[in-house]
Design a protein around this ligand. Structure first.
Ligand code: KG4
Ligand code: ZN
Length: 339
């Protein structure tokens, strides 16, 4: 079979991204224009501003991705684009752009699920990784435990009942005055703190041992900060950050490893923005080694939103015969495994 070159487009949140990916696993280019600086002043992503910035940047980002890969549209096999889940106005920019390119060139169009992209980021640097395996997807919008049964075949076995893990990082960071996005800032300041300084709760769900809940730990941090303020006590931000981070990581690790063992798999992967957390990686590395589980993780640049991961997922969708029509629409609450 000749090489399959996917031009991938991602615009579901606050990154405008395009990439060229060869045969699902070789990244020829990965261009990301991040809007983080633009949203920081508002303390979070402003959907309207995100859409407007995507419109402004998308053509440049795609041109750069083709240029850096040293290809033209004539070399491309298919266009892959994130069509959900995400912010509807943001998704529509990528979807409309992909449809326009597909219409103008006649290239096949493949709509990709954003979470499927995050999971597939693991294929890029782990050439030996093949399904089946268990994957923890922890990002700003999602915390899912997924059994990857085959390429494009997923079973969600656990999910968050309230806040996503990344959302909890962002909210706690805001509360202790670290700003947006909270994850990387909590990751950094935690290195100077004591993770056992404050006992924050670790939630367990009685009816599904693989589900998560992070609103309790977030509220416990807020209550702790309030009570310090009332008593006039000074807050040690590094200790709060480290203790909160440890509470979240303990739950993510325990639930994930329990799932891998109970379902009888020997491979485990992590994905999504929170997967770039350095303490989380260390914790999983240690635990997986102890349990004899092979541990996979993408480099940080492929954990947070990017288009290379959409190219990896889009490749497997493409070779499985999945095609989208000119009626492809943005689906803000698209479920994993649904089309
Ligand atoms: O996957 P992503 O880029 O976007 C979504 O699909 O949501 O994830 C962004 C989330 C944010 O909540 C951010 O705070 C979190 O990932 N994040 C981190 C780290 N880097 C990003 N959380 C913890 N530690 C990090 N190093
Ligand atoms: Zn994402």
């Amino acid at each position: 079979m000749s090489d399959v070159l996917i031009l991938a487009i991602e615009s579901s949140c606050d990154e405008t991204a395009a990439a060229v990916v060869k045969n699902g696993r070789e990244v020829l280019s990965n261009v990301i224009y991040t809007q983080i600086a633009l949203h920081t002043q508002f303390g979070g992503v402003v959907p309207e501003i995100a859409s407007r910035k995507h419109i402004e940047k998308i053509n440049q980002v795609i041109e750069k991705a083709l240029e850096e890969a040293n290809v033209t549209l004539k070399d491309i096999t298919a266009i892959a684009v994130t069509y959900g889940p995400g912010l509807v106005g943001a998704l529509l920019v990528g979807v409309s752009e992909a449809k326009a390119i597909s219409f103008a060139t006649g290239l096949p169009l493949v709509g990709v699920h954003h979470i499927e992209g995050h999971i597939s980021a693991n294929y890029i640097e782990n050439k030996d990784l093949e399904p089946p395996f268990v994957c923890l997807v922890a990002s700003g919008g999602h915390s899912h435990l997924v059994v990857v049964k085959d390429y494009g075949k997923y079973e969600i076995i656990g999910r968050t009942r309230d806040d996503a893990a990344g959302e909890a990082f962002d909210k706690v960071a805001r509360a202790i005055g670290l700003g947006y996005p909270g994850g990387p800032k909590i990751d950094k300041i935690s290195k100077e703190g004591n993770p056992d300084a404050i006992a924050f709760p670790r939630a367990k769900m009685a009816d599904n041992e693989y589900d998560f809940s992070f609103s309790g730990v977030k509220s416990a941090v807020l209550n702790y900060l309030n009570s310090c303020q009332m008593k006039g006590e000074e807050v040690n931000r590094a200790d709060v950050a480290a203790s909160f981070q440890k509470a979240v990581i303990d739950v993510l690790v325990d639930h994930s490893i329990h799932a891998v063992k109970s379902f009888g798999y020997d491979k485990f992967a992590i994905a999504g923005g929170v997967a770039s957390n350095s303490s989380l990686r260390e914790a999983f590395e240690k635990r997986c080694e102890k349990e004899g589980i092979k541990f996979y993780h993408p480099s940080p640049i492929y954990c947070t939103d990017n288009a290379a991961m959409i190219g990896a997922a889009g490749y497997y969708d493409y070779v499985n015969g999945i095609r989208s029509g000119m009626d492809l629409n943005a689906v803000p609450n698209l479920r994993l495994g649904e089309r």
